[in-house]
Design a protein around this ligand. Structure first.
Ligand code: NI
Length: 143
């Protein structure tokens, strides 16, 4: 929110039962006011919509869990990162157990490219679980 952005109040009509469900959800998520919950929902929707545009500049974190003993997997994942070094800007590796590794990668670039790279990594044989969290940097709109 820009500093000069005034707050506008507006009325919303909805069914009582729907509002009741919304209020319980707000309480569960720790929102102190409906306004803050609605603002977050709207921001999320706007970012999701923005990320549909393939030229949107984004940043993302990709979490991967894989078996350390899977043959050649670590080499494949490292090789993949070297091929996309412009987009994968940081990696955190944690040895979870004797067998399992956790890797968190930070990706930057066009939303379309980030998604494609993440898909490629998640689909690599031996990766047990992978999830990308992507958000927009807001640069596309500003520039
Ligand atoms: Ni490890």
């Amino acid at each position: 929110m820009r500093k000069s952005d005034p707050l506008i109040r507006f009325g919303v009509s909805m069914e009582q039962s729907l509002l009741k469900e919304f209020d319980s959800l707000c309480a569960e998520k720790g929102y102190t006011t409906r306004s803050e919950a609605i603002r977050d929902m709207i921001r999320n929707l706007l970012i999701e919509e923005e990320l549909e545009n393939e030229n949107t500049e984004g940043v993302g974190t990709l979490t991967l869990v894989y078996n350390h003993h899977q043959r050649e997997l670590e080499e494949k994942l490292t090789d993949y990162q070297h091929r996309h070094l412009q987009s994968i800007i940081s990696t955190l590796h944690i040895h979870l157990s004797h067998h399992l590794c956790l890797e968190v990668m930070l990706l930057k670039g066009k939303a379309k490219n980030i998604k494609a790279i993440a898909d490629g990594l998640v689909a690599t044989k031996g990766v047990k679980h992978g999830k990308l969290v992507l958000t927009a940097t807001g640069k596309t709109k500003e520039s």
